[in-house]
Write a protein that binds this ligand. Sequence first.
Ligand code: ADP
Ligand code: MG
Length: 413
Amino acid sequence: MTSKPMLVLGMMSGTSADGIDAALVKISGAPPHLNIKLLGHVKQNFPPSVRNEILRVAEQKPLAPSEFSQLHARLGKLYTDTALSACKRLAISPRRVDLIGNHGQTIYHQGEPVDFLGAKTASTLQIGDSSIIAALSGITTIGDFRSADIALGGQGAPLVPYVDYLLWREANLGRVALNIGGIANLTVIPANANPSEVFAFDTGPGNMLIDALVSRFTHNHSRFDEGARIALRGKLVPQLLDQLMQDPYLERKPPKSTGREYFGAAYVEKVRSLGLRYRAKPNDLIRTATIFTSLSIVDALHRFVLPKAKIHQLIVSGGGFNNPLLIGQLAALLGSSQAGARHTVPSSPRTKAVPGIEVLSSGSFGIPVDAKEALAFAVLAYETFHQRPSNLPSATGARGPAILGKISYAPPR
Ligand SMILES: Nc1ncnc2c1ncn2[C@@H]1O[C@H](COP(=O)(O)OP(=O)(O)O)[C@@H](O)[C@H]1O
Ligand SMILES: [Mg+2]
């Protein structure tokens, strides 16, 4: 079955709070055969004052209702600016764009119910008002994708696996899609899988720990370790790595999701004080945190993926793909090539090499690493627009399928 193609703009701003990625996508058809074509993507950084406030709020620092309301509106305006400048840079009139999928900025995520005012409660909140985007851009906008899944007992995350499945299922290849954003998460798509066989979870930190250490040691002059330059000047501290690898999050069984609530400021402080104990210099700490990030992903493959499915390819997306030490270490342990071999560390049963898994970028499938998640939210919006469910209960743990999000209509023309 096919339908008239729609032009959908997906927008994503993740836990790194670096900025907004926007992807313009042409989509037609209905599952399991969607035609998904990326037409272009742009990125807009957050102004530093906005970024600082997002990070402060995401760390659960006090926020008056007035400030909360203002931040929600300010982000709505920034997303609108990004949408309109994306149209301009991609030379397409906003009038021709049918729909926006707006992930929003997560400021709180509690996927597992916890006691709250006498009742077990789970919740998630992405801000950046979709009504503002729809009213000011003239493009109908869908936002708040996660809440319906949580209402059905799911974790509200991860949602991208639905799109990974549509994009990358293969009759004869087992694949893992890995996104290294602030948090790293993966989707397992066994060969010839049906949707209920797809599973996914957050493996732990992606760039979050590295970014926080870099900001701290450079007094906010640098936000991230560009080209891993800082880490490459440091030494690995094996005792610290061992301690980090004992983090209880790594042992928790999927489905599981995490965020700044766990791997945020308090965690960074813990890493810093461990660093002091082992007399690690800042560069050593950043190197060790980078290697830990790679190894936590390999650990997750050993514990939860390889016992269940034969994997031939790892398809990597997200800003972490641009960190050569992070990726070099992964490729050295997984790939058959010797490309990253110089980065290898002493192996343990949980981090030993799994040769023969080809490490690829989503770019090799026509989706640049920075466009992947934004593209995914364009696809999820398209599904919601057609009133189809797009959570994968096997990935989120929900009781059943949910049609995700809320719709804000464009003003009449
Ligand atoms: N050239 C680079 N070198 C090292 N790290 C990079 C580079 N480019 C991006 N990154 C990392 O990617 C992060 C942004 O990744 P992104 O996929 O946008 O995450 P999120 O989805 O959490 O916003 C940056 O904060 C940084 O850590
Ligand atoms: Mg980002």
